[in-house]
Ligand binder design. Sequence first.
Ligand code: IPE
Ligand code: IPE
Ligand code: MG
Length: 276
Amino acid sequence: MLALLESIRPGDPDRELALALDPERLPSHIAIIMDGNGRWARQRSLPRAAGHKAGVDPVRMSVECCAQMRLRALTLYAFSVENWKRPRAEVETLWRLLRFYLHRELPLLQENNIRLNALGRIDALPGIVRDDLEECCLRTSRNTGMNLNLAINYGGRAELVDAFNRILDRARLDGTLGRLTIDEETISNSLYTRGMPDPDLLIRTSGEMRVSNFLLWQIAYAELYVTDTLWPDFRRSHLLRAILDYQKRDRRFGGLTGSPEAAEERLVEVAGVPEA
Ligand code: IPE
Ligand code: IPE
Ligand code: MG
């Protein structure tokens, strides 16, 4: 938190927001569906590519800000398995921008001790993109600070399919296929996000109330925050407001709020209903 405060200039209204945060109740993992680049461009009569380009700086801001807050993980949805349906020129622009981002940001990742991970079917990416991505992941693999997960050619269902196939392959290899049993831990440990906490907060920009095949397993109990702000307009103040909103939520995970005693007090007899 100190690092975040130090990075905010005196007089900047973000300072108030940062000071209002409870450092004890920060999310461990934030996931973001970065949406609205196309609409941002259309509003300005620009080509969609201009929207994607304008979306690079908010990525830098989010990474820096989350690292300063010492989050364990930040997961950014950059390209879905369904995004191949877009015109080829747009897809190529996205690959160019990804490579530009990786080259420009590697020093920032190293300085901030951030470890880059790619989530998705990376093998299907154009060779040059995959090479750059793998190199960046490798070069940051010894970093021990925040995990920056870029979801690229990612689909939540594809991830589950890959996880089940991985479980089957492992069992075949160990000769344990005949007595294979699967529990939640087996699945969690076979996902692209294995070893990471589930997202506490899922942010989606540009107002769409859907999850678009993102982290389907991991967001079981994530708090959802949707803002109308388009991704290229997403600033630190928006991110801090999302976290402040998250801190006001009552996360019950299916239980009740408060102490077990308080919960006990609520056990009252319901007239006409026989005891279990
Ligand atoms: C998000 O912006 C970026 C990607 C999906 C790659 P969009 O390109 O989806 O922007 P809209 O939703 O058309 O405005
Ligand atoms: C989700 O946005 C994917 C990314 C942000 C990479 P989309 O724009 O592809 O999602 P839909 O089509 O609105 O559901
Ligand atoms: Mg979109």
